[in-house]
Ligand binder design. Structure first.
Ligand code: ZN
Length: 66
């Protein structure tokens, strides 16, 4: 006998992708995506996290276009 809630968690509680990528370490300052420990190429700056170099560049380009 399996409780319906347990079935739900087994089915929707996590995805294989999340397991492979590990815990989220933060949110990208530019696009708002979650950044995971297992992601390749994420950037830590003085201000915060970016999911990749493109988001990092975009964020600071917008900031300097005055
Ligand atoms: Zn991003």
């Amino acid at each position: 006998m399996t409780h319906p809630d347990i079935k739900y968690i087994e089915r929707y509680g996590y995805t294989r992708g999340e397991l492979e990528r590990g815990r989220p370490v933060g949110i990208c300052l530019f696009c708002g995506s979650e950044v995971f420990q297992g992601d390749e190429g994420f950037i830590k700056s003085f201000d915060g996290l970016f999911c990749n170099i493109e988001c990092c560049h975009n964020y600071y380009e917008i900031d300097s276009q005055e």
